[in-house]
Design a protein around this ligand. Sequence first.
Ligand code: BDR
Ligand code: CA
Length: 312
Amino acid sequence: MPRKIIIDTDPGQDDAVAILLALASPEEIEVLGITAVAGNVPLELTAKNARIVCELAGHTDVPVYAGCDRPLNRPLVTAEHVHGKTGLDGPVLPDPEMPLAEGHAVDFIIDTLRAHEPGTVTLCPLGPLTNIATAFRKAPDIIDRVQEIVLMGGAYFEVGNITPTAEFNIYVDPEAADIVFKSGIRIVVMPLDVTHDALVTPHRNDAFRALDSKVGHAVAEMTDFFERFDIEKYGSEGAPLHDPCVTAYLIKPDLFSGRHINVEIETQSELTLGMTVADWWGVTDRSPNAMFISDVDAQGFFDLLTERLARL
Ligand code: BDR
Ligand code: CA
């Protein structure tokens, strides 16, 4: 039985690839809906980009909802410097024809969790955690119904990418992240520690291009675009493909390993706002609340991704 998921996202080229991987994997994943949140770019664009990606995959049947347009307590911080003005710069893709689904993303999350048996719906956040935290605040009864949260966010050994100590998704809405990490739900975290090993090398990008399909070319052009930023910044061989680690984990968890540890979110300090304070070495008596992933079989991950994208 495929696992039922809601993808909460701020596309973003790497979000786009994560969505494509999920839609290409119906044996393992059933996407109940996609909820857009403000993050990499403003909500209007993330809600549009999510539909562009669904159409690229030929899956206009998946409902896309627009959610929160700003973090709980703070002004929105965006990342056009990484993802371009549209958030999905790189390939030239048509504007979406499919409409947004009616209603607010937060209500879709609440209604979907209430409509399914408890413990049968997994949440997959790929952006700031505003929609998820808002749903938990509005309807605390749904917290116990969530099967698991598998999210991209945070960092420990790699520390920060948007500030010296914070990863973008957590930094944008640290109060929302705090609510999620304190929820008591089983959480699997894909931090920068692991996504920085999932590098799109030229060889791996050529493999996407060699699929010689609309999807293969679009993915290669997306990664070409956002690679320029990371290659310049890190001097690495390619850019990290962050968000697809979440959907790959749902398909092949054996590709990943980590530790079940305590993770707290810094919400006060100006200097370290949004830091994921991860007790990797078990030096506190705080209870573990997250499976913090540290390693990935990177080639296995890219082989899986390429094989699945070939299906679209
Ligand atoms: C995260 O931030 C965004 O820019 C990416 O889409 C990813 O979700 C990486 O820090
Ligand atoms: Ca993202």
